[in-house]
Design a protein around this ligand. Structure first.
Ligand SMILES: [Zn+2]
Length: 426
């Protein structure tokens, strides 16, 4: 058996261990929000990685948004040095999971195994990927104890809510700076034979239209902010949505519908606040003097963020030109620039080779429609050599009866172990 086959066999022999590890991780309910059991899962990972010879650090993102004494934002970073100088390969997984929601037929925190799958919230997004990276590293260390460089494995908080108490915090502290880490693999569920190079950009904003309050029986004495917002929506339908669908990208974004600029209207609210469900009274008759809309604009690497913002302002100015007394405010809520790692970056080349060795064909290269922690590694860490690669089907993330295929995890772990050998063999 050659080295490649030996390493694949070493991973395959750990199949039961990989299943048990994934189940254990699912059984620690790390719901976010509010951010539960981060310490418990970090302690669990700490014990596991210490046994594998890693030096570990538990780091609380003290003062980061979301961090509190009741729900502290704990992270773990583990590092294992090789026998000589070389590159560091870092596997980063988020430890948090989203709410359970309705429609489950299995226990969301039970980790039940059925028909070759492990079920549970976070199984696919992304405790299965985390487990695969740990088993891949352990198998690689067992077979190639004389590697050079270093392996790092991190479990980080809050990816689902922006990553500020997780990867962003660690990046600020230098954990992803290029003199410490040279290759980053994020085992998000992008499928075992696809390499995700990056993501589109994000621009969130709140638009407010202004009116004047008056009695609802005499609306002509006031100015209805909701009608003004209606005019904004009409102008978006007329000019903006058609323009966005014309903007196509060279980025290999999946699914196909996301290969263009998109805009979602997240919410519109105007007028009197909605009352609690147990309120039995009627509303009062008022002309709404404020209406607010939150928009979620996803943009392409070919677009400039200033142009994205200017385009929305132009919509509002066109409405102003056609409506007397129209006035508005616009406020940015959140921005993330698009990022895309080069196809000839070292981590991409190594993982692509490992995918070929495992599946007998080239990987697909994709870009994610939404962002993930790569944004912080790119922008704060200044590290460009980063991809998402991991087992699982992205469409299952956040859904009821989320699962991860066991065979997919084993094969993904083989790809990760082969990539480690390629990058750290010396
Ligand atoms: Zn995820």
């Amino acid at each position: 058996m050659d080295q490649t086959e030996k390493l694949k066999a070493e991973v395959a022999a750990r199949r039961d261990d990989l299943v048990a590890l994934t189940q254990d991780l699912i059984r620690i309910p790390t719901l976010n929000p509010p951010g539960e059991n981060y310490r418990e899962i970090c302690d669990y990972l700490d014990r596991r990685l210490l046994r594998a010879g890693f030096h570990t650090e538990l780091i609380r993102a003290k003062g980061a948004i979301g961090d509190s004494d009741r729900h502290p934002r704990w992270n773990i970073v583990a590092r294992r040095e090789g026998v000589g100088a070389g590159d560091c390969v870092h596997f980063n997984s988020h430890i948090d999971v989203v709410e359970v929601g309705h429609g489950w037929t299995t226990d969301p925190f039970g980790g039940e195994v059925r028909d070759g799958r492990i079920y549970g919230r976070g199984s696919c997004d992304m405790k299965g990927g985390l487990a695969a990276s740990i088993v891949a590293a352990e198998a690689f260390i067992a077979l190639c104890p004389d590697y050079v460089g270093a392996i790092e494995i991190s479990g980080t908080a809050d990816e689902e809510s922006g990553g500020f108490g997780g990867v962003a915090y660690l990046a600020e502290k230098g954990y992803f700076s290029p003199d410490r880490v040279q290759h980053v693999i994020i085992p998000e569920p992008l499928n075992k034979d696809r390499i995700c190079l990056g993501h589109r950009g994000v621009w969130w904003a709140e638009i407010e239209t202004k009116g004047e309050i008056a009695h609802g029986s005499m609306p002509f004495l006031g100015d209805c902010a909701v009608r003004h917002m209606g005019a904004v929506v009409a102008e978006m339908e007329e000019s903006l949505f058609p323009a966005l669908s014309e903007k196509r990208t060279e980025m290999p974004v999946v699914p196909d519908g996301a290969k263009q600029s998109t805009l979602n209207i997240n919410s519109i609210h105007g007028g009197e606040a909605e009352q609690e469900a147990d309120y039995t009274g009627l509303p009062s008759p008022c002309v709404p003097d404020r209406c607010r809309m939150v928009i979620d604009r996803r943009f392409l690497i070919e677009e400039d963020i200033d142009e994205v913002e200017a385009e929305i302002r132009a919509v509002l100015e066109r409405v102003r030109a056609g409506r007397e007394s129209f006035d508005y405010d616009i406020r940015e809520l959140h921005r993330v620039l698009p990022t895309m790692t080069e196809r000839d970056a070292p981590v991409v080349v190594s993982v692509a080779k490992a995918v070929s060795q495992t599946f007998g064909r080239e990987p697909d290269y994709v870009v994610s429609p939404g962002t993930y922690d790569q944004k912080h590694i790119d922008r704060i860490g200044r590290l460009k050599n980063c991809i998402a690669y991991g087992p699982g089907i992205l469409d299952l993330a956040h859904k009821p009866d989320e699962y991860i295929g066991i065979e997919d995890m084993v094969q993904s772990a083989q790809v990760m172990a082969l990539s480690l050998r390629d990058l750290l063999a010396g």
